[in-house]
Design a protein around this ligand. Structure first.
Ligand code: FE2
Length: 379
């Protein structure tokens, strides 16, 4: 099993408390169609909408939810009408469909924003109050890597469904959920030499600690390699691994992403389930494509990992990977990119005690990614 470095320094002291991921907002070329894909394939429920019908003429947003996971898909309708819509349109033109905002749920947006900016965060939106009959939300945002931002969302004085401006919907098309429960971690890809910059950013601005470090010897295959550091907040609900490419014989998977996304951005989001065999079975049936690993991966599985609760045959049939750490084990699987550019993909993860990220699977996994990269002519 590959090794990783557990940080032994002092625990983090959050600059401001974060309760969890509030929502993840994607800027996409066609939010209406994205909303159908995420309902049909991933089992999200379409719960609220903002667009011309609700008085927002320049753009449309679809709020999709599954347990604690909230995704917002936003598209520009009339880029000429506002700076916001023009920015959304330009973002899609440059990056394709991608993540704009990893929004964080905080107790006090004004206080959090002031502290973050004081420590070096670059403001995008100053604290702004959004009101309707259900109360108020206070929202602000600052930049992270590339064109990605963190919004800070304070909702203690809001009783509504999501946010002023959104209207609840009850769509006829509502396929059942697939058992996805919460966002486990969000991974960013940054340029060669920039990983430590963003590690320092999360340490100094947010008070996060370096939970794990993977060097290029840990994460390398014959052809390409990468380096990664995982930053986490005090309650461990927020985990942000940051990857940068490392020198290999061929182009790193991170370089392929940076070329396709035209810069740094969110590479994958890991969504947690309590029953990965059931979740992945349904996802596959609904058209989600996963990376596959050679059947030899499963031959030595029990020898390597000891006893696990799951039936190895089912894991092998679905291509689910397993890894162990001192606290327990985890099961994980990765989708192929969910748009034509080889950029954003998903990880489905079930933790059974393990707090790590599956370093023992990196080799098998990256070889699978490289096979796909080769098929795209990008290796
Ligand atoms: Fe991951």
């Amino acid at each position: 099993m590959a090794t990783s470095t557990l940080d032994v320094e002092a625990p983090s002291h959050d600059t401001f408390p974060i309760n969890g991921t509030d929502y993840i907002e994607f800027y996409v070329g066609n939010a209406k169609q994205a909303s159908v894909f995420y309902r049909a394939a991933f089992g999200f429920q379409f719960v609220a909408y903002r667009g011309p019908e609700t008085g927002c003429r320049d753009r449309a947003s679809y709020l999709l939810q599954q347990d604690k996971i909230r995704f917002v898909f936003t598209t520009a309708i009339r880029p000429e009408l506002s700076d916001d819509a023009a920015r959304i349109s330009a973002h899609v033109q440059t990056h394709g469909d991608g993540v704009r905002d990893i929004a964080l749920w905080v107790d006090d947006t004004r206080d959090a924003f002031e502290k973050a900016v004081e420590r070096g965060a670059e403001p995008v939106q100053v604290p702004t109050v959004l009101q309707d009959d259900d109360g108020e939300i206070v929202i602000a945002s600052f930049k992270i890597y590339g064109e990605t931002v963190h919004s800070l969302v304070e909702r203690k004085n809001y009783r509504g469904l999501f946010m002023p401006g959104f209207r609840a919907v009850q769509p006829h098309f509502a396929p059942p959920d697939v058992g996805l429960r919460y966002v486990d971690h969000c991974v960013g890809n940054v340029e060669l030499g920039r990983m430590n910059h963003w590690v320092d950013f999360y340490a100094h601005v947010m008070g996060f600690r370096n939970l794990l470090t993977f060097d290029d010897k840990t994460i390398s295959t014959e052809y390409s390699s990468l380096m990664s550091k995982v930053m986490a907040n005090g309650n461990d609900r927020i985990k942000f691994p940051i990857n940068e490419p490392a020198q290999g014989k061929r182009k790193s998977q991170i370089d392929e992403y940076l070329d396709a996304y035209k810069g740094p951005g969110v590479q994958h989001m890991a969504l947690a389930t309590d029953d990965i065999i059931r979740t992945v079975t349904i996802l596959r049936d609904r058209g989600v494509e996963f990376l596959s690993v050679p059947t030899t991966y499963y031959e030595e599985l029990q020898g390597r990992l000891g006893k696990i609760d799951e039936d190895v045959e089912s894991l092998a049939r679905l291509g689910i990977l397993v890894d162990r750490d001192p606290d327990g084990y985890l099961l994980q699987i990765f989708t192929k990119p969910v748009q034509d550019r080889p950029t954003v993909f998903y990880e489905i993860i079930q933790r059974k005690g393990a707090k790590s990220f599956g370093a023992g699977n990196f080799k098998a996994l990256f070889e699978a990614i490289e096979r796909e990269q080769g098929l795209r002519g990008n290796l």
